[in-house]
Design a protein around this ligand. Structure first.
Ligand code: SF4
Ligand code: SF4
Length: 104
């Protein structure tokens, strides 16, 4: 499994459902998203890129050099924050200004 969804952080905006190419994400009776078929997720990161509220955790497995850390995204007006939580405890934040995305 590549992602989990934190239902406390999920606002139910529905963007992740619309972009998942495998239609793996659904809403529960409270309007919160959950991944229905976690074993089918191949980690494309489409849902992660759309989640403005840090509700999706994308696991950085050893196969991509992540050694068990994870990544979340959050939007703040024109700023997109990518936060990487490394397995050893270090946190790295990358901020991209969406009005000038090629600068990073
Ligand atoms: S994009 Fe994020 S906040 Fe919106 S429904 Fe999906 S998990 Fe919830
Ligand atoms: S990482 Fe890709 S395949 Fe997996 S749940 Fe998100 S959008 Fe779907």
């Amino acid at each position: 499994m590549s992602i989990t969804i934190d239902r406390e952080q999920c606002t139910g905006c529905g963007k992740c459902l619309k972009v998942c190419p495998g239609s793996l994400i659904y809403k529960d009776e409270f309007g919160k998203s959950y991944i229905k078929y976690p074993k089918e997720c191949w980690g494309c990161t489409s849902c992660l890129k759309e989640c403005a509220f840090g509700a999706i955790q994308f696991y950085l497995g050893a196969d991509i050099g992540g050694q068990g850390g994870y990544m979340q995204t959050r939007k703040e007006r024109d700023l997109l924050h990518w936060t990487i939580y490394k397995a050893e405890g270090e946190t790295v934040e990358i901020t991209i200004n969406l009005k000038d995305p090629n600068r990073y």
